[in-house]
Design a protein around this ligand. Structure first.
Ligand SMILES: Nc1ncnc2c1ncn2[C@@H]1O[C@H](COP(=O)(O)OP(=O)(O)OP(=O)(O)O)[C@@H](O)[C@H]1O
Ligand SMILES: [Mg+2]
Length: 265
């Protein structure tokens, strides 16, 4: 589903990705670990073409993600979930989830925000998958952080993507809520056969939810194996000369909701 070869990305004189090789099969749930600045977000951003890699090969869901003119198809097949649940606070929960369908409707329907009955039924189904169907008509800013993150998951599911890229989806949540949100993400994507690449800072969550764990350090892949093989020596490679993150330093951080996409009223 995802094929990465010799992927490299510099920001000015900062070599952020230094030749990444990675193969991810359909339906796999892969967790990416690495200390801050290792290049985790840059890798995900290159996969979704939010950032342009400098060289290498990148195939996602049969799409050449390095090629020009592939953005629209990539946006359809690849959904993103961010740390700060970038939902639109003043919209209803259902409308936020429906924005996941915007890439699949015509430009006019998208501009007018006209959604078919089947899109609404699909959005409700996605809300059921994260146990939020009862909140469909609530304003999104009346929800808790964990619930908002579940709205973000439902929106990604509503896109019916082949791949979900999740960049620290639970970093701003308390440990118990974080685990619950990860469970929703894993169960729903497993049910739908969606491939997931998820950046995390919490090693315990990586061990619990990742079928496979990939470790990045200074822009290089230093670990790539099933979760059972992630021992202390491997963690030393992933977190060189660094304090390993633990639940203790994953305390919730208050962050304002970010608005997404222009033109959504
Ligand atoms: N848009 C950008 N412009 C310039 N430098 C950038 C940009 N985005 C990332 N970088 C740099 O690339 C390096 C890797 O950043 P990245 O965000 O990928 O790390 P990360 O592993 O996701 O870290 P964190 O765990 O803190 O989110 C850092 O040195 C960062 O400063
Ligand atoms: Mg990051």
């Amino acid at each position: 589903m995802i094929r990465v070869r010799s992927l490299a990305k510099d920001y000015a004189d900062n070599a952020v990705l230094k030749g990444i090789d990675l193969d991810i099969g359909a339906g796999e749930f892969v967790v990416v670990l690495g200390q801050s600045g290792a290049g985790k977000s840059t890798l995900l951003r290159c996969m979704n073409r939010l950032a342009q890699a400098d060289s290498g090969e990148l195939q996602i869901a049969g799409i050449d993600a390095m090629g020009a003119g592939q953005q629209r198809e990539l946006r359809r097949q690849v959904a993103m979930i961010f740390q700060h649940h970038n939902v639109v606070p003043r919209l209803s929960v259902l409308k936020n989830v429906l924005t996941g369908r915007l890439g699949s409707v015509s430009t006019l329907a998208s501009l007018l925000q006209l959604f078919s009955r089947s899109d609404v039924a699909l959005a409700m189904n996605c809300l059921e998958q994260v146990d939020l169907q009862h909140k469909a008509c609530a304003r999104t800013d009346s929800l808790s952080g964990g619930q908002m993150q579940r709205v973000g998951i439902a929106r990604a599911l509503a896109q019916r993507p082949k791949v979900i890229l999740a960049d620290e989806p639970v970093a701003s949540l308390d440990p118990k809520t974080a685990r619950r949100v990860m469970q929703y993400l894993r169960d729903a994507t497993r049910e739908l056969g969606i491939t997931v690449v998820c950046n995390l800072h919490q090693v315990d969550l990586a061990r619990e939810f990742g079928d496979r764990i990939v470790g990045l350090a200074h822009g290089r892949l230093v670990f790539d194996s099933q979760r059972e093989t992630l021992d202390e020596a491997c963690l030393q490679r992933i977190y060189p000369q660094a304090e390993r993150p633990s639940d203790a330093n994953q305390a919730p951080v208050a962050v304002p909701c970010m608005q997404i996409g222009g033109g959504i009223a």
